[in-house]
Design a protein around this ligand. Structure first.
Ligand SMILES: *[C@@H]1O[C@H](CO)[C@@H](O)[C@H](O)[C@H]1NC(C)=O
Ligand SMILES: *[C@@H]1O[C@H](CO)[C@@H](O)[C@H](O)[C@H]1NC(C)=O
Length: 317
């Protein structure tokens, strides 16, 4: 699991907002480059140049004319001196022809590149769930006495009504057992969940509405769980805590239950080995006080350090 997460992160970190291809020579007649994006997912179009002083302008073919794009609506983001155009959450309105146009330094020439963006509503290979409309990081009114809605939406791939797909909210109660419990088991009528599906059951969501926020809500955690029977990426969790100042903080729980079980097991075994080694060392020191060899004494701290190192690595996800 951790291995896949690591690969996923490497892929994400190396693909996002990078200019890898430079100085293309494409003119108006060349076919548009086909770009596919799944509904609700991130996409970027690249028009890279080594010369960062080059002016890049982006257009979308709309109503029989090229309309210049800017970031004012929040729908488009620009990176790398406007050489990369990105859309955070693709909708069907984002389909169509895009064009980047850049001036070539010292000349009046323009170089163009066209993209034909298509939004795929549903994967034939069901993957996910991926959170596509996660909880807002922006300031949410979490003042005492007010209501608050925490949305959580996931993309599950192609789906049928009866598929095993789960979007649910759990609450961490104040009990000592500290077990996460489904909202329905909390017996607090102020918590109301509304589940919904879109795009033919490939998008599932659940809104948790907290009516009349109370002091107790600031001490609780709320977790949205998205789950499908997929082996890899089959479960995603989002944990929210309410803050009295109105902040809602979002943290994506990167550790799956399986990873946690493995971690706990490894740590327990390591601690056990350390205890055994220490006990052995003490035992040997006591028993063979007269004949003790320097090797036994010097070996145990090294072993312990090696164990500590591998223990640290386990947490270094
Ligand atoms: C498209 O362009 C035509 C002609 O310029 C105009 O009448 C129409 O209102 C435009 N439609 C939209 C949706 O902008
Ligand atoms: C869920 O919450 C979002 C954001 O508050 C809202 O736009 C949406 O309409 C809600 N959906 C349902 C089914 O209540």
């Amino acid at each position: 699991m951790k291995y896949f997460q690591a690969i996923l992160w490497v892929t994400i970190l190396t693909t996002v907002n990078t200019c890898s291809e430079y100085d293309f020579q494409v003119n108006e007649d060349t076919d548009a480059i086909k770009e596919y994006v799944r509904y609700g997912h991130y996409i970027e179009l690249k028009c890279c140049s080594r010369d960062t002083t080059v002016e890049v302008t982006w257009y979308k073919w709309d109503n029989d004319t090229w309309v210049t794009l800017d970031s004012s609506s929040g729908e488009y983001q620009f990176h790398h001196h406007r050489q990369v155009l990105s859309i955070n959450s693709a909708s069907f309105d984002d389909e169509g022809l895009y064009k980047c146009s850049k001036g070539i330094s010292g000349t009046s020439l323009l170089s163009n590149r066209q993209f034909d963006v298509q939004v795929i509503p549903c994967d034939t290979l069901a993957r996910g769930p991926f959170p596509i409309a996660p909880l807002s990081c922006s300031k949410t009114d979490a003042k005492i006495g007010y209501s608050l809605t925490l949305p959580c939406t996931g993309y599950f791939g192609c789906g049928e009504k009866d598929d095993m797909r789960l979007v649910t909210w759990l609450v961490s109660p104040l009990d000592k057992d500290n077990m996460w419990k489904p909202v329905s088991e909390i017996n607090d009528e102020r918590y109301v969940t509304t589940t919904f599906s879109r795009e033919g059951y490939s998008v599932l969501g659940s809104n948790l509405t907290i009516h009349r926020v109370q002091e107790i809500d600031f001490n609780r955690k709320f977790m949205c769980v998205l789950a499908s029977p997929q082996m890899i990426d089959g479960q995603t969790k989002l944990v929210v805590e309410l803050k009295n100042d109105g902040d809602v903080s979002l943290q994506k729980a990167v550790l799956s239950p399986q990873t946690l079980v493995i971690l706990v097991t490894v740590v327990t075994v390591l601690i056990f080995i350390s205890i055994v080694i220490s006990a052995l060392a003490i035992y040997k020191t006591m028993t063979f006080k007269q004949t003790r060899s320097k090797r036994t004494i010097s070996r145990s701290p090294i072993c312990l350090r090696a164990l500590k190192d591998s223990e640290n690595k386990e947490f270094d996800v």
